[in-house]
Design a protein around this ligand. Sequence first.
Ligand code: SF4
Length: 305
Amino acid sequence: MRNAVTDERAARVGKVQITIDGDEAAHDSRRHLTSGRGTFRQIIDNMHAIARRKLLKFSVRVNIDGRNEAEARALLDVLAAKGLGVHNGVSVYFAPVESVAEAASGGCGDCLSKTDYAETETRLQSLAFEKGLMALPKMPRYLGLCTAVKPNSYVIVPNGDLHKCWDTVMDPARCVGSVMGSTRPRDARTEAMWSNWSPFENPVCSDCKVLPACAGACAFKFVHNDYASGESGKLPCPSLKFNMAEQLFLRARARGFVQDADWDPEASPTVRADRMLTGDRHTLESVGLVHSALTGAAAGADAGR
Ligand code: SF4
């Protein structure tokens, strides 16, 4: 019989991510096998068996849209009832469902707006922390620069096409070259749009208080803003922009520095009726302007060759 502990160590695998999108009914309706059979029970049983022996750490990603907050809460109950949590290497995090592909256009009527997602995330994070399924939210110093804009960073698809971002791999018209042959002018224009993008080149990001941590978030939403759909798909600002004060308050409350009564519903929220504590956010208009400028610059450079 194989020794699982030795196998994991030999493979040098220490952590895996699993996506579970709610309780059994919700998850199995979204993420079933091609046969239609559900996967929820098997996943939970496997996690339980492995976490009990501390063979691996698990990061459970829960995708959230406008339909599954209650089911996400129920999932936290299931995990906690199974004895899973940070203490045995299981933690959860939440992410918004976004429509970033042309084929999904019109198919994400349930996606939450940026502010609605941030509110939902705050509620879920608070519950996950209470249940021992999440460490205290910590303000990131740096979320990292979008990999797609780094030189020599490419996604290679099976036919040899090169893309800068995995969100374009289904569309050959968005490739930037090929390992099979020379680069076409259209591909070079697309690559130029990626390499010309910088958060310092637009007034909203360059004035943003969150810029040092965010670094402009998702370059795809600027470069291919015409491709994504809906607010969640087109707008780049991460949830931190909309719930930073709430996350800091959760941390301060858990550490005993403040109490619920210290939260002022008028003055404390990140998003207020008149302004945001974190400064201006990107809008459909502002990212649209960046997209137009990138398109124009790439076309101009091409014409000048
Ligand atoms: S404006 Fe939005 S995308 Fe730009 S740095 Fe700020 S939070 Fe990030």
